[in-house]
Design a protein around this ligand. Structure first.
Ligand code: KG4
Ligand code: ZN
Length: 340
């Protein structure tokens, strides 16, 4: 099999974004995402509605990805898709589509672990972005996941810490909901945090041993705090929204940084890459950048379009697996709780 002109179609459908991308030898030619605004009205992703929207979006999104890339489907070398983890109904749409397309075109099918893809997104060719050297630590932070992973090689990863309850993105989104902000609240909290005093209010950090995280206690603490303050002053939230957002963000960033510091201490690895929607947060970006001067860490923050859920990251894993002839059988199954 010749490996000179490799065109990979990546398909991502694990949660509420239907995404398709075409990569040529590891370079992104197109990266299309259809977001599902339907969930905003519910303040969170509704799985049943997500799978229906994927069903509607998948063909137009793939079509657009091929058109933008300027290639025909007959030029594809392989189809890579998200096997898991994610919502079962959502995964089934992408995996069934990928299988059918690969079967119809008689080309290899490649299965991709979504969490591995968030990490390997750092290996997409992009001007101005450096690729991390092995070994490094990856912190994947999003609405669905919170993990610290030791990465010894592209296909040798070990989870050394993860959340025991909510994901960090959920901590942002659920706190925002308590404050009456829309979904997802992370970006709005970030924006307001820049205008408020981060030390105005203090929330206790969870006491979880080792490298694991917990965020459900923080949500409860914020709930009680707002309830008590609003009893005395019904206008409390409206009058102090920026300071509340700043304090919440300060606490969450503190929790993430504490665990990263511990992970560096335990592994001796000072090279840190982050990924997932929450890595767009300005607080975590600044805190991370500061460690370069302060502790001599080397940090990697991906380009925004490869940070949140996208198919280019599925495509890059597809490309790396293609080079190793690591193909999936047609009877492969989407797996909601796929481990790294
Ligand atoms: O990776 P992503 O698009 O989807 C998954 O959850 O997999 O991440 C979405 C999450 C949401 O919880 C959203 O509130 C959060 O990322 N987020 C942010 C920011 N931008 C997105 N959280 C804090 N600050 C931000 N700037
Ligand atoms: Zn994700």
């Amino acid at each position: 099999m010749h490996k000179e002109n490799v065109y990979i179609l990546g398909i991502e459908s694990s949660c509420d974004d239907t995404a398709a991308a075409v990569l040529h030898n590891g370079k992104v030619l197109s990266n299309i995402i259809a977001n599902q605004s339907i969930h905003e009205a519910y303040g969170g992703v509704v799985p049943e509605l997500a799978s229906r929207a994927h069903q509607q979006n998948i063909v137009p999104v793939v079509d657009q990805a091929l058109k933008t890339a300027g290639i025909s489907k007959n030029q594809l070398s392989a189809v890579a898709f998200t096997k898991g983890p994610g919502l079962m109904g959502s995964l089934l749409v992408g995996s069934s589509f990928a299988k059918s397309l690969a079967f119809g075109l008689d080309i290899p099918l490649i299965e991709v672990n979504h969490m591995q893809a968030h990490i390997l997104a750092h290996f997409i060719d992009k001007e101005g972005y450096e690729k991390p050297e092995f070994p490094f630590l990856a912190m994947t932070i999003s609405g669905g996941h919170t993990q610290i992973v030791r990465v010894d090689d592209a296909f040798d990863m070990t989870v050394i810490g993860e959340t025991i309850d909510d994901a960090v993105g959920e901590a942002f989104d659920k706190s925002g909901k308590l404050l009456g902000l829309g979904y997802p609240a992370g970006p709005e909290i970030d924006k307001r945090a820049k205008l408020g005093d981060p030390k105005a209010y203090k929330f206790t950090k969870p006491k979880v041993k080792g490298l694991n995280f917990s965020f459900s206690g923080l949500k409860t603490a914020i709930l009680y705090f707002i309830r008590d303050q609003s009893k005395n002053n019904p206008e409390f939230i409206a009058q102090n929204l920026n300071a509340i957002c700043a304090s919440i963000q300060y606490t969450i960033v503190g929790i993430l940084m504490d665990k990263l510091k511990l992970a560096v201490q335990e592994t001796g690895i000072k090279s840190i890459a982050i990924g997932g929607g929450v890595s767009a947060n300005s607080g975590i970006r600044t805190a991370l950048k500061n460690t370069e001067q302060k502790y001599g860490w080397k940090t990697y923050i991906p380009a925004f379009e490869f940070t949140t859920d996208n198919a280019a990251m599925i495509g890059i894993v597809g490309y790396l697996k293609y080079l190793k002839n690591d193909f999936a059988p047609q009877n492969t199954m989407a797996t909601a709780r796929l481990k790294l």
